[in-house]
Ligand binder design. Structure first.
Ligand code: WTA
Length: 630
């Protein structure tokens, strides 16, 4: 197993070593895994390409490290514990032995459908154990998984399937979410009606007994695995072979496929899981994320299983059947580590202190937060009402592109200050730059957050468009990985991540490109132009504020609904604008660029100092936008 830091001294030592001798540091961690062929070089890198390779020529299969290598010592320990949406339904659990067998059966089923190494398989599924099983089955045979969050629309799904040229889609019939039943398979059918020509087969997991339409490309999951052997020789993968693609939004229109590879991702997710969550044998660890996002990939599936942990998966939502559900589950399963998003904490905080007070939360040893800045009020509520001021809170900063947690307090080891993600993990060389690219080494300073040295689980490319990877992350400041986030460093060297500095907004912890939402709004036939910005939202962190210029004068709520419907159709309900303001014009520079800074201020009701607007192409429009603000 990768090492587990136990004291501040050990953290400092590990950090120093990881900077002075990064290759030696990571070599030692990597050697704790099962390699079919040892790597012969630790690292080759060039951020200009970018071209980054870790553990060169090493051969491995990540599932052998997640499953097979644990069988002897913990074959009968629970690997995945599953809590259903409906609390009266049965819990499911898979021991490591059972999970290995289930993964192998599914892997053999995928092979029987002609899936082989390198093929892309897209997932569109609820949080059921079969999602984790099939993801691992892909990794077992070297197929590349790309999980699409099941809240995206048919159009968004088709875009991703087409970009990945996926050969197969794996879905469920229906998704149970709170009191709603979402027709997942129907959305897959709709996606296939508008694209997905590369798809040769669709596997349908039966989650309910409700009816669905059937096509000749469809196979039931239970038929796929029926009679399959429960062993499957793992495909030998090169350390730098692709493990998965995960689509994420950026500042330009189209989502991009972030590519992670096998060796480095394995080493870093296991190392961070063990250290950040301080997992001990026998603990029950619960991350409430969805496997459709990176947090679910790294800290529900891969990190915990690599570390031989018991990882809980939850099918439902925090407020069903009531706002006590999370805490009821913590009590029921005696959860030790609990990892969630600030938006969930704020939503539950708003429901009142009486909900957590009903349950015994004494098993909790650690509370985690991820996905967006956690505000001070939510931090304190989490600390007092959930952790009873006894469980350290870890505010973990990282990204889809970083693969694993980058900046975080280590519980009980380094100090934690509300709203500060605090200190970099060993191996992570963070720095703050000014907008000219000068490093700001001083304390108590604000700047653009960059990373100056590679780490094992970093993004290797954006699928099918390497140039985009270079442009997005490695061109703003040559020689550096640019995160897109602004941050502050305090006098003690702790880092506080403030938020995006690009045109990406973070809505309930979901990354959304403003251009992506604008493109969707512009699909409405009566919309002439639109501009989307984020604004502070009590529960969601940021809300979506849309300024819309229309062709007709009819700017009523029905029209607003029409616009919302288009966004839901193009992207999905997660991108619904919270506010739509109809405007006659948008403030623009003389070169025709929308002045988002002004629109952001108006949306945030921060209009005292809009700056100099006299140089705008149309200064008169500012007053009218301001007076019509919602
Ligand atoms: C934001 C989620 C402040 C940040 C793992 C980043 C955070 C983006 C934090 C990545 C945090 C994530 N504090 N901001 N602890 N964690 N972010 O790719 O803006 O979905 O760039 O990865 O979320 O979102 P993503």
């Amino acid at each position: 197993m990768t090492t587990q830091i136990k004291s501040l001294e050990e953290y400092k030592e590990a950090y120093q070593r990881s900077v002075s001798d990064p290759e030696g540091f990571w070599k030692e961690q990597a050697e704790t895994f099962t390699w079919r062929q040892p790597f012969d070089k630790v690292l080759e890198w060039d951020f200009d390409g970018p071209d980054v390779k870790w553990f060169l020529n090493g051969k491995l299969n990540i599932t052998e490290n997640c499953l097979d290598r644990h069988i002897e010592e913990r074959g009968d320990q629970i690997a995945i514990l599953w809590e259903p949406n409906d609390p009266t339904h049965a819990v499911q659990q898979y021991t490591y032995k059972e999970l290995l067998a289930a993964v192998c059966r599914c892997a053999n089923g995928l092979k029987s459908k002609g899936i082989t190494k390198g093929d892309r398989v897209v997932f569109y599924m609820p949080m059921v154990p079969e999602l984790a099983i099939a993801v691992l089955a892909c990794a077992r045979i070297g197929a590349v998984h790309s999980v699409v969050f099941a809240g995206f629309s048919a159009q968004a799904l088709a875009d991703r399937v087409d970009d990945a040229q996926a050969k197969m889609i794996i879905c469920s019939d229906y998704n149970n979410r709170g009191s709603k039943l979402i027709p997942v398979k129907k959305i897959v059918d709709d996606a296939r009606a508008i694209g997905c020509d590369s798809v040769a087969s669709v596997i349908v997991h039966q989650n309910t007994s409700d009816e669905i339409a059937w096509t000749d490309k469809d196979t039931w999951w239970h038929d796929l695995i029926d009679g399959q052997a429960d062993s499957c020789e793992p495909e030998m993968m090169d350390s730098e072979d692709m493990l998965f693609i995960l689509y994420t939004s950026g500042s330009t229109g189209k989502p991009k496929g972030v590519v992670h590879t096998c060796g480095g991702y394995m080493v870093y997710t296991c190392y961070t899981f063990r250290n950040v969550f301080q997992y001990q044998d026998g603990d029950i660890y619960w991350c409430t994320a969805d496997i459709g996002w990176i947090t679910g990939h790294s800290y529900i599936v891969y990190g915990p299983l690599l570390a031989g942990a018991t990882s809980m998966m939850f099918e439902g939502v925090p407020t069903y059947p009531d706002a006590g559900r999370f805490w009821e589950i913590c009590e029921k399963h005696k959860v030790n580590q609990f990892y969630t998003a600030p938006t969930a904490i704020r939503a539950l905080m708003a429901r009142g202190d009486e909900w957590p007070a009903k349950y015994d939360l004494t098993s909790l040893k650690l509370l985690g937060s991820v996905g967006e800045p956690i505000n001070e009020e939510a931090w304190h509520w989490y600390n007092i009402h959930i952790g009873k001021e006894k469980s350290p809170i870890i505010d973990t900063w990282w990204q889809t592109e970083t693969g694993g947690i980058m900046i975080t307090p280590l519980p009980g080891i380094t100090d934690a200050k509300p709203t500060y993600a605090s200190y970099p993990m060993p191996g992570i060389q963070t720095c703050l730059l000014d907008s000219d690219g000068n490093e700001l080494p001083e304390k108590d300073v604000e700047g653009l957050l960059c990373i100056k040295f590679p780490w094992p689980s970093m993004v290797r490319t954006t699928y099918g468009d390497h140039e985009r990877c270079k442009l997005t992350y490695f061109s703003t400041f040559p020689g550096m990985y640019f995160t897109g986030d602004g941050a502050r460093r305090d006098a003690e060297g702790r880092i506080r991540v403030i938020g995006r500095v690009d045109d990406v907004i973070n809505v309930s912890g979901h990354r959304m490109g403003t251009a992506e939402v604008e493109n969707a709004i512009n699909e409405h036939p009566n919309v002439v132009e639109s501009a989307v910005v984020g604004y502070p939202h009590d529960i969601k962190g940021q809300g979506i504020y849309a300024y819309v210029i229309t062709q007709d004068l009819e700017t009523d709520d029905a029209f607003r609904k029409g616009i919302t419907d288009v966004v839901v159709k193009e992207i999905g309900p997660i991108a619904k604008p919270d506010k739509i303001q109809f405007v006659s014009g948008l403030p623009k520079t003389r070169s025709g660029k929308i002045m988002r800074r002004i629109l952001r201020k108006i949306a945030s009701k921060d209009t005292d100092n809009l700056g100099d607007t006299s140089t705008l192409l149309n200064p008169e429009v500012v007053e009218s936008v301001k007076s019509g603000a919602l």
